[in-house]
Design a protein around this ligand. Structure first.
Ligand code: NAX
Length: 324
């Protein structure tokens, strides 16, 4: 039996948590031969929710689940963690503008970065999901000077999956046949779902569809605004099952590798490629092998797509300015 992997999850009593914990404990993320320890964190006011969550984890009798720790203490939650899924964040309240949300979340992620830096494993893999995810990841990274910036990522995989699904429905294909989708930028509606490199078999999908009006006026805005559409359809509740699924996809690909001749979108620290200045957490197409991601460089970008990519970058800079 392999030694257990310690997975820290913040905001674990939230709705994404409820879709996520049981799938991880079942082996969906790290494989059905990998024992795990769940180190679940939430704020003090939410601790009472853990009672039922843990009762249900026990009642699932998961063979891989070796221990469940629940706590409001980040030192305990992140202690020796191999993986941290930072899902918890201050929700956007009524009359709260995006800048208020940014200001409220800044100190939370400053503290999480510091604690990760001091108590987590040095080769930890960190995925920030709580919004604004890219900027929260950037804050966490900047407060963890002893950790490699390449250990940090922000979740754009839900957007990537949404893009795959829209195209699969349009061309009546299976999502698994569609390769080389990209969502660039920030996890917000400035993100740029880019179909121009996507392929099915040996054919470019844009040539197959041959309908720029659909791409511009249907595909791109549908993916960009899908989060709001889900909230409306679920009468106020945001994406949870699909977000949990995207977390699992993101971590699986990062750890075990991406499929041959394909890539995925991950929010990672920019190296300066595509004129996105280094340091910012920006979603790029990446391939992964042996637990390491590599940004796909050198793709041809036309001037109007370049403008869209820059627009999303500019939004990230504005977000950083609000926090400082
Ligand atoms: P919930 O409101 O159900 O859960 C949020 C959790 O965060 C709760 O457990 C709460 O106790 C905790 N929390 C509240 N204040 C906190 C604080 N000050 N410090 C630490 N934790 C705190 O939200 P849920 O639907 O689970 O979503 C969690 C986060 O994911 C939100 O920020 C949401 O916006 C974000 N999302 C990000 C996505 C992405 O693709 N990057 C997609 C899904 C989701 O919208």
């Amino acid at each position: 039996m392999k030694p257990p992997i310690r997975i820290a999850i913040t905001g674990a009593t939230g709705q994404i948590g409820y879709s996520l914990l049981y799938r991880i404990a079942a082996g969906d993320m790290l494989g059905h031969d990998q024992p795990i320890i769940l180190q679940l964190h939430d704020i003090t006011e939410a601790q009472h929710f853990f009672k039922g969550i843990v009762m249900e984890l026990n009642d699932c009798a998961f063979p891989l689940l070796k221990q469940v720790i629940t706590t409001d203490d980040l030192d305990i939650a992140f202690g020796d963690a191999d993986i941290a899924l930072l899902v918890g964040a201050r929700p956007r309240g009524e009359n709260m503008e995006r800048k208020d949300l940014l200001a409220a979340n800044g100190p939370i992620f400053v503290r999480q970065g510091k604690v990760l830096n001091s108590v987590a494993m040095k080769n930890i893999k960190i995925l920030v999901v709580g919004n604004p995810a890219n900027t929260n990841a950037w804050i966490t990274l900047n407060n963890a000077p002893d950790l490699d910036p390449r250990n940090f990522s922000a979740m754009l995989r839900l957007d990537h999956n949404r893009a795959l699904s829209q195209v699969a429905q349009k061309i009546n294909a299976s999502v698994s046949e569609i390769k080389k989708m990209i969502v660039w930028g920030n996890h917000s509606n400035t993100q740029f779902p880019d179909l121009s490199h996507a392929m099915i078999k040996d054919q470019k999908i844009v040539s197959l569809i041959n309908d720029s009006n659909w791409v511009e006026n249907n595909f791109i805005p549908t993916v960009q605004n899908r989060g709001a559409a889900i909230i409306e359809a679920r009468q106020g509740k945001s994406s949870a099952a699909s977000a949990a699924n995207a977390i699992i996809n993101h971590m699986q690909d990062w750890i075990f590798g991406t499929k041959e001749n394909d890539w995925v979108s991950m929010g990672v620290v920019s190296t300066g490629c595509y004129d996105i200045p280094s340091g910012v957490i920006y979603s790029f197409p990446v391939t992964c092998i042996n637990g390491q991601y590599k940004i796909v460089e050198g793709l041809e970008i036309n001037p109007s797509n370049y403008q869209r990519m820059q627009k999303s970058y500019q939004e990230l800079i504005t977000e950083q300015t609000v926090i400082q």
